[in-house]
Design a protein around this ligand. Structure first.
Ligand SMILES: NC(=O)c1ccc[n+]([C@@H]2O[C@H](COP(=O)([O-])OP(=O)(O)OC[C@H]3O[C@@H](n4cnc5c(N)ncnc54)[C@H](OP(=O)(O)O)[C@@H]3O)[C@@H](O)[C@H]2O)c1
Length: 261
């Protein structure tokens, strides 16, 4: 298990001293009901990328929570744009995190779920070719898969040219993927917000001004604002903030025994 720099809770009730991985996992937790959590990192002035990628905004604390959120989910939902651009690799977890999942009665790895209308996907990309669990591709009714894609992934067709995201998420839940973590990108997040499907946003704020140019964490057509109350604020060395916003007033229940830090 990766151990990042110290992370402390500063709100609502400050916790003195660094949080262990089990404490962090319990703070984020798994909901008892179907739940869609979205995770992003942004600069203090709202940029979603630095030099075109998210990596420049991230750091040890963000990577630590990023990995824990993967451990907690059943399905890891990523839009095709981010998958292609960021060169997604296979979703892997260390032994301690896999052991924790086994103890919870979960599959050893979460299932990667790619959202794509065009099916412009490369079956040789490591996220497909090396996947420990066969990925799912949520797509519309029309696009033809490229050669080899159906050998490495299962297509889930939702009617229409674009994916009907409500129907798509319902189908994922029907397949046992109740706890979903979406890692973006902005167009998918914008569409999920517009469809009022987002239960939670985990946002890491990096202490830097990226300046004008990069987009925000959300993109696409305008939609009505959605109220999403703040549930906790964590702070890490160097002034990194980790904010958790969620609809559920109590937040998810504790995740139970989590792996040792
Ligand atoms: N800071 C962060 O935490 C973070 C996180 C993620 C991404 N990013 C950055 O965000 C950028 C990419 O984001 P983006 O907004 O351009 O793209 P995106 O949201 O990652 O992907 C857009 C693509 O996803 C597919 N898609 C999304 N919604 C769909 C729907 N309802 N039905 C069918 N297909 C759908 C389409 O794929 P097809 O084209 O295949 O049809 C669409 O072109 C990159 O620069 C990446 O580095 C940053």
């Amino acid at each position: 298990m990766s151990v990042g720099g110290p992370i402390e809770r500063v709100w609502p009730a400050p916790v003195t001293g660094p949080l262990t991985d089990p404490e962090l996992a319990a703070l984020y937790g798994r909901a008892r009901h179907p739940h869609l959590r979205v995770n992003f990192v942004a600069s203090a002035d709202g940029a979603v990328t630095l030099d075109g990628y998210s990596a420049g905004l991230s750091g040890e604390p963000d990577k630590r929570v990023f990995g824990l959120l993967r451990m907690l989910c059943d399905g890891l939902v990523v839009a095709a744009g981010t998958l292609r651009h960021e060169g997604y690799r296979a979703v892997r977890l260390g032994e301690a995190r896999r052991a924790w999942r086994r103890e919870q009665g979960l599959a050893e790895y979460p299932t990667l779920v790619v959202v794509s209308g065009s099916l412009d996907l490369d079956p040789a990309q490591a996220c497909f070719a090396d996947a420990p669990v066969r990925p799912l591709v949520l797509t519309g009714g029309a696009a033809e898969p490229p050669p080899g894609l159906t050998e490495v992934a299962d297509l889930v067709r939702c009617c229409g040219e674009r994916v009907d995201l409500a129907a798509g998420l319902a189908e994922l839940r029907r397949r046992g993927l109740g706890q979903l973590l979406c890692e973006g990108g902005p167009h998918l997040f914008g569409a999920l917000t517009a469809a009022d499907l987002v239960d939670e946003l985990c946002l890491t704020v990096a202490p830097l001004l990226a300046g004008a140019g990069p987009g925000r964490i959300t993109a696409g057509d305008a939609s009505p604002p959605r109220h999403l109350p703040l549930r906790h604020v964590l702070a890490a060395a160097g002034g990194v903030l980790m904010l958790r916003y969620a609809r559920d007033p109590g937040g998810p229940p504790p995740a139970g025994a989590a792996p040792a830090a």
